[in-house]
Design a protein around this ligand. Structure first.
Ligand code: AHM
Ligand code: MG
Length: 334
């Protein structure tokens, strides 16, 4: 039997393979793995530890924070700010970005994170996730960080990943050279490589959308969904959990598209560009899939502010391109 590869070993091997991956990035990825284990532990015992339910506070989007949202945010902040590699962090749970150390003068990297995504599923024991993204700082080392460091297009990501707290806990990430997935063995407390070189199956068959949004979504999305429904005889299926990481992860393994559209009441949809859409878009691209907003490739979009929202369509190429054809058709007929 071949030896199981731990996350730590894999990170070290990757560092040796790619000269651009510095010791600081290795440290940072290791820290994310450690924080993931701590959050996983709390997620698993949430019903016992008295940390289910609302925390009584709200985040910058006026959404009620759950106790686990706050716990996960604090855990990632504490661990990432303690290492020497992170200069600043943008989090869904924090109104402004956080500067590490001396105004972010030290540390080569900037992290964008949604510490616990799928909050509405926490209390009902449904899978949730963490989404993260790492950029090189744009301001020179030794100077304080500024807005530009946090508002880089998704195409500049160095690393993107997610942790999926599901029936087992997985950490999936890319450094721009394919996507690899690691499963946590709770008995030994280690992530082991379980899903090397993850790739979207060529032809996706799953469509994932909140049905209640369809009537108020753009004509192109409506047409696409009508097409999907008509093709159920040909094997298409609707599946929607309401946890982005879970829906994405399933579609990555089985093949499909996830849609969170703009609507008449929310012209930019719901999901946040910098720490929800872009990381998953980069992973999708590295796994042979693709991601768009209403206008096209989402990775080239210039973020204007930290908590900017964006319509999001991500998954297998055949399905995202099928949606693109619907946009073109509606433009022609409109
Ligand atoms: P959150 O960051 O507050 O958890 O919101 C993001 C979540 C995604 O995980 C999920 O795909 C989406 O919101 C579900 O939204 P809806 O309930 O509108 O379908
Ligand atoms: Mg979220």
């Amino acid at each position: 039997m071949s030896k199981a590869i731990t996350l730590q070993e894999f990170i070290m091997d990757t560092q040796a393979q790619f000269p651009f991956v510095s010791g600081q990035l290795t440290r940072l990825l290791t820290d994310i793995g450690v924080a993931a284990k701590i959050v996983n532990h709390q997620v698993n015992r949430a019903g016992l530890a008295g940390i289910l339910g609302a925390s009584g506070s709200q985040n910058t989007h006026d959404e009620d924070q759950q106790k686990l949202d706050v716990f996960a945010d604090r855990t990632f902040m504490r661990i990432l700010t303690a290492g020497k590699s992170v200069a600043g962090i943008g989090s869904e749970e924090q109104k402004d970005y956080i500067l590490c150390g001396d105004d972010g003068r030290q540390g080569k990297y900037v992290v964008m994170i949604d510490p616990l995504d799928g909050s509405s599923n926490i209390d009902v024991n449904v899978s949730i996730g963490t989404i993260f993204s790492i950029y090189r700082r744009t301001t020179p080392l030794g100077e304080p960080l500024n807005d530009e460091d946090f508002l880089q297009p998704g195409s500049d990501q160095v690393v993107a990943g997610y942790i999926h707290y599901g029936s087992s806990t997985m950490l999936v990430y890319t450094t721009g050279s394919g996507v690899n997935g690691f499963t946590l063995d709770p008995a030994v407390g280690e992530f082991f490589l379980s899903h090397p070189r993850m790739a979207f199956p060529e032809a996706g068959t799953i469509y994932s959308i909140n049905d209640a949004l369809i009537d108020s979504s753009p004509e192109a999305v409506k047409r696409f969904i009508v097409g999907c429904r008509e093709a159920t005889g040909a094997g298409l299926k609707a599946r929607y959990i309401g946890s982005l990481v879970t829906d994405f992860h399933r579609n990555l393994i089985k093949g499909g598209i996830y849609l969170y559209p703009s609507t008449t009441s929310n012209s930019q949809g719901k999901l946040r560009l910098t720490y929800e859409c872009n990381p998953l878009a980069f992973i999708a691209q590295q796994a042979g899939g693709t991601a768009e907003d209403n206008a096209g490739d989402i990775l080239t979009k210039q973020p204007k502010h930290l908590h900017e929202r964006s319509p999001f369509y991500v998954g297998s190429v055949n399905m995202v391109h099928g949606l693109r054809s619907c946009w073109l058709d509606t433009e022609k007929s409109g």
